[in-house]
Design a protein around this ligand. Sequence first.
Ligand code: ADP
Ligand code: TRP
Length: 326
Amino acid sequence: MSIVLTGIKPTGDLHIGNYLGAIEPALKSAVDQNSYFFIADLHALNKEKDPQKIHQYTLSIAAAWLASGLDPQKIVFYRQSDIPQVSELTTLLSAVTQKSLMNKAHAYKAARDENLQKKRDPDAGINMGLYTYPVLMAADILLLQTNLVPVGQDQVQHVEITQDIAQNFNRTYSQPVFTIPQYFIQPDLATVPGIDGRKMSKSYNNTIPLFTTPDIWEKVVKKIVTDSDISNPKNSSLFLIYKAVAPESQSQNLLSDLENKRIGWKEAKDRLLEAIITRFGDMSRDYFNWLKSPQKIEAIFAQGKEKVIPLAQKTLASAQKACGLS
Ligand code: ADP
Ligand code: TRP
């Protein structure tokens, strides 16, 4: 059975676009695989310097995935920083990684380009963690001899860099220490529009929160921008959001009711609110319950750590042996 591995960045609040475009598909693709999901808290240190927030985000993103249906009996769920072998392997991989490979990585290039554009020192505000991010990510992946990494388009380059690093290591020491991983992109994932019609994104402040209460959802749904001309509901953000949230038969009904002017935007918004509550109401309650029991989340991390450490130790030992360290 293939080993599938995904890292989850502990960031702030999630929106329904994140759930429909990332969380749900990742959980679906993990079914019946040998799957490992982890919270990438070491990666988060590059950006977030408030220790409380690192701690809080780690728990809240874990709560989010557990509430979304991640079953820790089926998917090994762990916290990156609980596995010291990740950092040890990062050091070994750094020694076979060309600096020029890091110069090409997008996260670094984007930060550098922004500095150049703003006429600042090209390396202003860029820490070494951001610069060598792909080596840490390669260590995450290679440590568990991963075959498949389900990713969004933005992470493809990181997996390609991981392939390069693994090949360099295996070639340098003439031993097949690491499995060469492949990436996997979910086909046909629709982009969920936000309440202003652009892509739903935390950067645009146009999101519908994934975990909240019905009164907040109601306020947000009311703000969805609708055209006074109702003649083309098929392309309206209201309908497209409804389509992403509600079952297919219900979205057909909504569309025909709008097209035939049996209902107006107000009624359509009421139906959307209902669909959101049906789909995400229980999940939200579970999320808040998980947050109230951080010790339960810690227990799941402890269980994950116990499963991952022996595998991690095995790969690390063979990498150390290959380079002459033991
Ligand atoms: P944001 O755009 O809010 O910053 P991220 O870049 O953190 O979101 O995205 C995290 C994951 O959620 C990615 O895999 C991305 O593809 C998915 N995602 C984000 N926004 C949407 C959306 N509007 N529709 C579908 N998937 C989305
Ligand atoms: N870089 C990924 C992101 O920004 C998170 C991540 C870290 C990851 N390590 C990983 C993803 C290993 C897949 C495999 O979303």
